[in-house]
Design a protein around this ligand. Structure first.
Ligand code: GRF
Length: 191
């Protein structure tokens, strides 16, 4: 069984779906979550993790340099000997030191095709450009912004959408199914 620490900054809906799949679904017996970590002590997702009986840790990143903050994070998480760092709405760019330490083990979900749109507001970008469909990317994290090796892409049909909320609703439903599927793919390919 592999160990994955989930990193969140806010709502935590992807985290919730990974927890569910690891407990009783397609990740059962493959992935355990020893810790959910947040750089935001107020993240609503922390409460959801606790309600699910998962250990949490939060360290505020406010006002700290990337290097200093990430050193504190490494100290906090290293004792769990994670096989994977699973970013799920983690809104803080990782330092090169962190990325090198966990090279090839950091995974992210991005609400657009990373080859077409990097950074924030992927759904807004798709909506404002009137795209008939968009894509969700699950990828490894390297030192660039959304430039790491793509693990998988999944289409989201946007035909007939009338609002950004509708785009987000369809996109998130896809994310919640697709992220656990891609984690399964990584774990089974690597073990
Ligand atoms: C998702 O849209 C994810 O793709 C992006 O941030 C959002 C996080 O949502 N990286 P949640 O916290 O998992 O609900």
């Amino acid at each position: 069984m592999k160990k994955g620490i989930i990193f969140i900054s806010g709502r935590g809906s992807n985290m919730e779906s990974i927890l569910k799949e690891s407990r009783n679904g397609i990740l059962k017996g493959l992935l355990e979550i020893p810790l959910v970590f947040s750089n935001n002590p107020q993240a609503p997702g922390l409460k959801i993790a606790e309600e699910n009986g998962i250990k949490t840790a939060a360290i505020s990143s406010r006002g700290k340099s990337r290097e200093i903050f990430d050193k504190e994070v490494i100290q906090e998480i290293e004792k769990y000997l994670p096989d994977y760092i699973i970013l799920a709405g983690y809104m803080r760019i990782l330092s090169p030191e962190f990325i090198r330490k966990y090279q090839g083990k950091i995974i992210n979900i991005h609400p657009a095709d990373t080859r077409l749109h990097q950074g924030l507001n992927g759904y807004k970008w798709a909506f404002e450009n009137g795209l008939p469909e968009t894509k969700i990317t699950v990828h490894f994290v390297d030192e660039g912004l959304d430039t790491g090796e793509i693990i998988g892409l999944e289409k989201v049909d946007l035909s007939g959408v009338e609002s950004l909320e509708e785009v987000e609703k369809r996109g998130l439903a896809t994310e919640h199914r697709f992220y656990p599927e891609m984690l399964k793919k990584i774990i089974t390919n690597q073990s």
